[in-house]
Ligand binder design. Sequence first.
Ligand code: SF4
Ligand code: SF4
Length: 67
Amino acid sequence: MNRGTCVFCDKCIDACPQRALLRNSEIFTIDPVLCTGCVTCVNVCPRGAMQGDDVADFARDTIESEG
Ligand code: SF4
Ligand code: SF4
């Protein structure tokens, strides 16, 4: 994640269909159980702060287990 460009607008959090993305002050966390790796949060970020790599690691187990 590119924290330098994040403006903490919470659009990524509001857009997550799984409610997997949470923010505590400047710290973002993704629930690895809930996250499906849909990258909606990446796509809605107006600042390019949220990046594919941020969700890829969390989602990998889910994607692999689904074959
Ligand atoms: S949408 Fe982008 S700029 Fe807004 S809080 Fe999320 S990461 Fe930060
Ligand atoms: S990639 Fe994960 S955290 Fe991002 S919107 Fe999709 S389910 Fe939510």
